[in-house]
Design a protein around this ligand. Structure first.
Ligand code: ATP
Ligand code: MG
Length: 190
């Protein structure tokens, strides 16, 4: 994992930030981000699940088309198509499961050993931005590497903090360090 380097546009962590921002735009109060990194199976699976407003089947179909967007500021929505292109470049795929009024799951599968498989990037930065900008949203982050698992529940942390906001700069620094050391542990210095 090249997580100590600067972020690159293709990093998986930045795609995740993009996709989770769609969940926030859809009014989600709970967002689960799950990463299953299984080099033994040549497979990296990312899932972003939310309880936002969801999409009907036509909207789901259109979401992978870069010329479809419900944004009003700009005609072309690229978050999902870029993530999809990135997964497909490795021989993988992206799927969206959504139900209007219930929520959405975006699943991307990468072939991990393919030379075009992007680096993970800095998940601690993605989570820090998400938590900091959306302190009222409950984030469930789970990250598995070869059967070893790291988890973080922002709601649980907020509960322990009591009066102090999870968006407090000192707390955000702590969250970043907590994630970084948790990931170093499961990756075992890889
Ligand atoms: N989690 C979600 N819940 C509900 N609708 C979604 C969700 N994710 C995407 N969509 C719908 O699919 C459209 C396309 O998403 P996409 O991320 O590709 O582009 P965008 O968000 O419109 O623009 P960009 O990501 O480039 O800023 C969104 O405009 C939205 O209507
Ligand atoms: Mg988007």
């Amino acid at each position: 994992m090249t997580s100590t380097e600067a972020n690159s546009m293709e990093d998986v962590s930045l795609h995740i930030l993009d996709i989770a921002q769609n969940s926030i735009a859809a009014g989600a109060s709970r967002i689960a981000i799950s990463i299953q990194d299984r080099p033994g199976q040549d497979r990296l699976e990312i899932r972003i699940c939310d309880n936002g407003k969801g999409m009907d089947p036509d909207q789901v179909k259109s979401a992978t088309n870069p010329f479809y967007t419900t944004r009003t500021t700009r005609r072309v929505g690229l978050g999902i198509p870029l993530f999809q292109a990135s997964a497909e470049a490795t021989g993988g795929y992206l799927k969206i499961y959504s139900e209007k009024g219930t929520g959405t799951v975006v699943q991307a599968v990468f072939h991990r050993r393919h030379m075009d498989c992007p680096p993970m990037g800095r998940m601690e930065d993605t989570m820090a931005v998400l938590v900091c900008c959306n302190p009222d949203v409950q984030f469930y982050y789970s990250h598995i590497f070869s059967g070893r698992k790291f988890v973080l529940h922002s709601g649980e942390i907020q509960q322990k903090l009591g009066e102090i906001s999870i968006a407090d700069p000192d707390v955000i620094v702590w969250i970043k360090e907590y994630i970084r050391s948790g990931l170093e542990e499961i990756y075992g210095g890889v």
